[in-house]
Write a protein that binds this ligand. Structure first.
Ligand SMILES: Cc1cc2nc3c(=O)[nH]c(=O)nc-3n(C[C@H](O)[C@H](O)[C@H](O)COP(=O)(O)OP(=O)(O)OC[C@H]3O[C@@H](n4cnc5c(N)ncnc54)[C@H](O)[C@@H]3O)c2cc1C
Length: 396
C-alpha cells in the first residue's frame, strides 16, 4: 500500500490539536494548509506554559481514562492509540524532554511551552505545512471554506477539512466557541459550552476578603457528591479556585445549575482522626481563645482559622463552604460541552458533514487539570489524522 501525495487538507485552528493533526498528515504526504484567526499560533498552549505546561499524567492508564468521567468510553480509543507515553516520546523527540513531578503530572523540563512550540513549528515547516495567520474561518460558501483575511475574503476547496477550533474559555486567546452556532446550523449536535476547571463564587464577608484573599489552604480534603479530593485551594476575592476545586468542578457546576448553590465539605485536617483532634484540643488551655487553640493544638494556619470563623464551623473536619455560582468562561481553564460524540462517525468525522473532522477541546468531553486536557487534544487529533491517512489517502 502506498500513500497518495496529492490529498489536500485544511486544518483550521492552530492550537495543539490542529498542529498535531497537521504534523501527522503532512508526515504521511498530505498537502496541509493550517489556518488560524490570530496573528500567531497556539496562544492558549503558550498560556498553559505559564503554569509549567502540564502535558500529561503518569498514573496507571485505567485511572487516567477514568478522569474523563461520562465520556471516558468515547475518549478511550484515542487515548489507547496515542497514550501518555507516546506524548512524552513525541515531546522528547522535539528536544523538550519531560519529567514526572511529585504529583505524577508530566512537564517538559523547561517548564514552559515556547521552546517546544518553536521546535514544533520548525518541524512543520520542514514537512511543508503552510500556515495562514489572520484567517478567520466563517463557514462555507458554495461548499468552499470561507475565510476573512486582512486582504479580504478568500475561499479554499481542500479534499478534507479538520476543525480544531478549541473550546470557549479565555476567548481573547482565539477560541471563542463561535463555531457552535455555525455547526448547529449545519445539523451538527452540540452540547452547550460551559465553563470547566474554573473557580466558584462565595459570599465572603468583607473582613475575610481583606485578610485572606490570595492565600492558599494547603493539605486539605474537599468532599462533594460522595467524592473526596485531597489537595490545595486558593482563597480569592470572589470565592475559591485551584486544583482540588477543579477536580470536583463538573459535579459542583451541575449541582448549582440544579439547586442554585452547592455546599462544599472541607476537612482542614484530613490526616488526623476526629479522636486525635479531640484529644489534642482537650489538652489545650481552656483560657485560650478558639483561634489560639486551633493554632497551638492543631497547628492550623491563619487562613484555615479564618475559614472556621467565617463559616461558623464547629468541627475542623466538617467545614462547609456554600458556593453560589461558577466563574464564567472568560477565565475558565477549559470548557465543557461541544460537538456531541453521537454526531461523530469513525475518525471524528462529522456525520452531518462528510469530509469534515473535528478534534481537540471542541468535542464534548471534559476532564480536570493534571495534563488530561492536552492529552485528549493530542490524542483525538492523532486519531483523526491516522484515520484520514488510512481511509482517505491509501491507494491499493
Ligand atoms: C490558563 C490556562 C492554562 C492551561 N494549562 C493547561 C495545562 O497545564 N495542561 C493541560 O492539559 N491543559 C491546560 N490548559 C488547557 C489547554 O490549553 C487546552 O485544552 C488546549 O489548548 C485546547 O487545544 P485545542 O487545540 O483544542 O484548542 P485551542 O488551543 O483553543 O486552539 C484553537 C485555535 O483555533 C483558532 N480558532 C478558533 N476559531 C477560529 C476561526 N473561526 N477561524 C480560525 N481560527 C480559529 C484559535 O485562534 C486557536 O488558535 C490550560 C488552559 C488555560 C486557559
Amino acid at each position: 500500500m502506498t500513500t497518495s501525495s496529492c490529498t489536500s487538507v485544511a486544518v483550521i485552528g492552530a492550537g495543539p490539536a490542529g498542529l498535531t493533526a497537521a504534523e501527522h498528515l503532512a508526515a504521511a504526504g498530505a498537502r496541509v494548509d493550517l489556518y488560524d484567526r490570530m496573528p500567531s499560533v497556539a496562544r492558549k498552549f503558550l498560556m498553559a506554559g505559564r503554569g509549567g505546561l502540564n502535558l500529561t499524567h503518569s498514573e496507571p492508564f485505567e485511572r487516567f481514562v477514568a478522569r474523563y468521567g461520562k465520556r471516558a468510553a468515547q475518549v478511550r480509543p484515542a487515548l489507547e492509540a496515542f497514550p501518555p507515553e507516546a506524548l512524552r516520546q513525541w515531546a522528547d523527540g522535539l528536544g523538550a524532554e519531560t519529567f514526572v513531578g511529585s504529583s505524577g503530572r508530566v512537564f517538559p523540563k523547561a517548564m514552559k511551552a515556547s521552546p517546544l512550540l518553536r521546535a514544533w513549528l520548525k518541524r512543520l515547516e520542514g514537512l511543508g505545512v503552510r500556515i495562514h495567520l489572520r484567517h478567520d474561518w466563517t463557514g462555507w460558501t458554495d461548499n468552499a471554506l470561507a475565510f476573512e483575511t486582512p486582504d479580504g475574503p478568500i475561499e479554499a476547496r481542500p479534499d478534507v477539512t479538520i476543525l480544531a477550533l478549541g473550546g470557549a474559555s479565555w476567548p481573547r486567546l482565539g477560541s471563542t466557541g463561535g463555531w457552535a452556532d455555525l455547526l448547529a446550523g449545519r445539523g451538527v449536535e452540540i452540547a452547550p459550552l460551559r465553563p470547566a476547571n474554573a473557580g466558584f463564587q462565595v459570599d465572603w464577608s468583607p473582613h475575610f476578603v481583606e485578610r485572606f484573599a490570595g492565600q492558599p489552604l494547603k493539605t486539605i480534603a474537599l468532599t462533594f457528591g460522595g467524592r473526596t479530593v485531597r489537595g490545595e485551594i486558593m482563597l480569592t476575592r470572589y470565592g475559591v479556585e485551584g486544583g482540588a476545586i477543579y477536580a470536583l468542578s463538573s459535579a459542583l457546576r451541575d449541582a448549582i445549575a440544579r439547586d442554585g448553590h452547592a455546599d462544599l465539605g472541607v476537612d482542614l485536617k484530613p490526616d488526623m482522626t476526629a479522636g486525635q483532634l479531640a484529644s489534642k484540643l482537650g489538652r489545650a488551655s481552656a483560657k485560650d481563645s478558639l483561634s489560639n487553640r486551633l493554632r497551638k493544638a492543631l497547628g492550623l494556619p491563619p487562613p484555615a482559622i479564618g475559614l472556621v470563623h467565617e463559616t461558623h464551623a464547629t468541627d475542623v473536619k466538617a467545614v462547609t463552604i456554600r458556593l453560589a455560582a461558577m466563574q464564567g468562561l472568560d477565565r475558565a481553564i477549559s470548557s465543557a460541552g461541544g460537538i456531541r460524540f453521537e454526531a461523530l462517525a469513525d475518525g471524528f468525522e462529522l456525520k452531518a458533514l462528510p469530509g469534515v473532522f473535528a478534534v481537540g477541546e471542541m468535542l464534548d468531553w471534559e476532564a480536570p487539570t493534571g495534563g488530561y486536557l492536552l492529552q485528549a487534544c493530542f490524542a483525538t487529533a492523532v486519531g483523526a489524522a491516522d484515520f484520514i491517512v488510512r481511509e482517505r489517502m491509501s491507494r491499493a
